[in-house]
Write a protein that binds this ligand. Structure first.
Ligand code: FES
Length: 571
């Protein structure tokens, strides 16, 4: 037995009946006695699922993590948690992010683990696992599954962002169903998650910039042999983290969150970054607000020329030097001394990385766009905030006043958007209600709603759209998201009507409904809270307890953590 008592020895180090039971059932898996005598027991938290195609290669990836754990003298133990596949889950994978985080937290906490490797890929699988692990606070490292190789369609490069373009082409009658069939066969060419700077890639960059993964983790394509090496090296690293008792709370400092916001601005990351980072901060006890996203991204230029804000794909980012080549250029902005999983600072980690392609990663003194990041809007249409990603929006719409065309819910939108009689043109502002956390429920990615055909026919490709929902990280357009309080909670967003005038003023961070306070007060008197669509099970629990988007949409009782101590035995 080693001198230092590990957490896992609270199970395997016991004598008498309890120790017998703990060890005996573990040994039935072919584990010899000496493996249980004080080696670090490393949980590999696996979100493999054939219902999450982005993570379908994770069984193989876990084997490479195990190799690293064994090499460093640890005992790896793989376990499943709820996997959230973005493309198949109804009504939206976001509804289940908090449930998966609970599964992760309790699976780690209840079991004889000294450290954890989180295998994350498709959008929600990263924040849910990090949220859960943060609430336990063991040594923790993230291994991302990596992006897919760039897709192909008729000789051109494509990926998920093209879905929205194809959809508009199809709705305008310029692309046939046959062409869509051809496109879908070339879109997802390999293992991995979406190949653009969508939410999955943004989340991989988030964990790397927070210091929760080894440098270079985010951009390595899933099929590249370097991804397996990354898994192996991370397996070795987690054993060291346990030896050094380097817990996730020591990495997730306020400064690390500020770094992540700045890096997200430089990469043109997904708007979903906001809601997930706020939720993680809530778990680890870091005081982060919506305003911090605006404040810390304000002076950061856009360095990554990646779709949907730019031209290239994640594969190109990897060949250009990966995320470390971007982080290195931000050294005058970042907290370079923030500690990361390998015990070194984020500044030291990126020193050896170079930028090999300035078409993909610009020099900081010659950026692709001087402004980037997330702008936080305030005003009487979103009393506690809304966000917009200017790098994915039309510059000419950044200041605009228009007539509202309001859809009360997603069915209202679907039933009317293609109607030739719909009174709308490109100067109007489309408003979609009841797609927020409680209202849908689950806050789906429908905020970048398609434009009406009568506008598309004119060749117009963008209009201002406002909702209390989210947008896919692969989406783009002048899209105001996360308006809170959401329509289902009352507030002015609940009572905006078709014909009202709205002003969007991004330079001044304003979103104003040009209706008098008196008129709004009258409308609110007549407003009735919608009946919740479920009052039982997880969905009922979610609707009762989910917080608003400006707080991260976590369940109110999940804020903070329970820690790793479990005093009672099961026998
Ligand atoms: Fe899984 Fe895009 S669908 S990352």
């Amino acid at each position: 037995m080693e001198k230092k008592e590990r957490r896992s020895q609270g199970w395997f180090g016991k004598t008498g009946k309890d120790g017998l039971i703990y060890r005996s059932w573990f040994k039935k898996q072919g584990i010899p006695t000496h493996e249980l005598n004080g080696k670090p027991v490393i949980g590999i938290c696996n979100t493999w699922s054939e219902l999450t195609p982005c993570n379908s290669h994770f069984r193989e990836l876990a084997e490479f993590v195990k190799r690293g754990v064994y090499e460093a003298g640890g005992l790896p133990v793989e376990f499943p948690v709820m996997s959230l596949g973005e493309t198949l889950m109804k009504p939206t994978a976001m509804l289940y992010r908090n449930l998966a985080s609970m599964d992760t937290e309790e699976s780690i906490r209840a079991n004889p683990l000294d450290g954890v490797v989180l295998l994350c890929g498709c959008d929600k699988t990263t924040p849910s696992l990090v949220m859960g692990a943060a609430s336990v606070d063991l040594p923790t490292i993230v291994v991302s599954g990596g992006p897919m190789l760039t897709g192909r369609y008729r000789g051109t490069s494509i990926s998920t962002s093209d879905i929205w373009r194809f959809s508009e082409e199809s709705r305008a009658g310029r692309m046939s169903q046959e062409e869509l069939y051809i496109a879908e066969s070339g879109l997802c060419r390999s293992d991995g998650h979406c190949a653009v700077m969508g939410t999955a890639s943004t989340m991989a960059c988030m964990v790397e910039s927070l210091g929760l993964s080894l440098p270079g983790n985010a951009a390595i394509p899933a099929p590249d042999s370097a991804r397996k090496v990354m898994a192996h090296m991370s397996g070795m690293e987690i054993v060291k983290m346990v030896e050094n008792d380097l817990k996730i709370s020591e990495i997730l400092t306020r400064e690390a969150f500020e770094n992540a916001i700045m890096v997200n601005a430089a990469i043109g990351g997904s708007t979903n970054f906001v809601i997930h980072l706020l939720a993680i901060a809530g778990r680890i006890g870091v005081d982060l607000s919506l305003e911090d996203f605006d404040k810390f991204s304000a002076n950061i230029p856009l360095l990554a020329n990646l779709q949907p804000s730019g031209k290239y794909f994640m594969e190109d980012l990897y060949y250009a030097g990966g995320l470390p080549a971007i982080i290195r250029q931000l050294k005058d902005h970042l907290h370079n001394d923030c500690i990361t999983v390998n015990g070194k600072s984020i500044g030291a980690n990126v020193e050896i990385f170079e930028n090999f392609n300035e078409k993909v990663i610009s020099a900081i003194d010659n950026p692709f766009n001087k402004t980037s990041g997330i702008v936080v809007l305030k005003g009487n249409l979103c009393e506690t905030g809304a966000i917009i990603k200017p790098s994915a929006a039309a510059p000419e719409l950044m200041t605009h006043t228009g007539r509202a065309v309001v859809f009360e819910d997603i069915d209202d939108y679907k039933n009317n958007i293609d109607d030739p009689e719909l009174d709308i043109d490109e100067t109007c502002i489309m408003v979609l209600k009841n797609v927020g956390p409680k209202g849908y429920p689950g806050m789906p990615e429908v905020g970048n709603m398609g434009l009406p055909p009568k506008v598309l026919d004119k060749g117009v490709t963008d209009m201002i759209r406002i909702s209390d929902g989210r947008m896919s990280g692969t989406g783009f357009g002048t899209v105001v998201l996360h308006a809170s309080p959401e329509a289902a909670e009352g507030g002015n967003f609940a009572v905006v009507k078709t014909g009202d005038k709205i002003t969007l003023d991004v330079p001044n961070r304003k979103l104003e409904l040009l209706v008098s306070d008196e008129e709004l007060a009258e409308r609110k008197k007549a407003w009735k809270r919608p009946e919740p669509i479920a009052d039982r099970g997880y969905v009922g629990l979610y609707i009762k307890h989910v917080e608003q988007a400006n707080l991260g949409a976590d369940l109110d009782f999940l804020r903070g953590g329970s820690g790793s101590e479990v005093s009672k035995d099961s026998h």
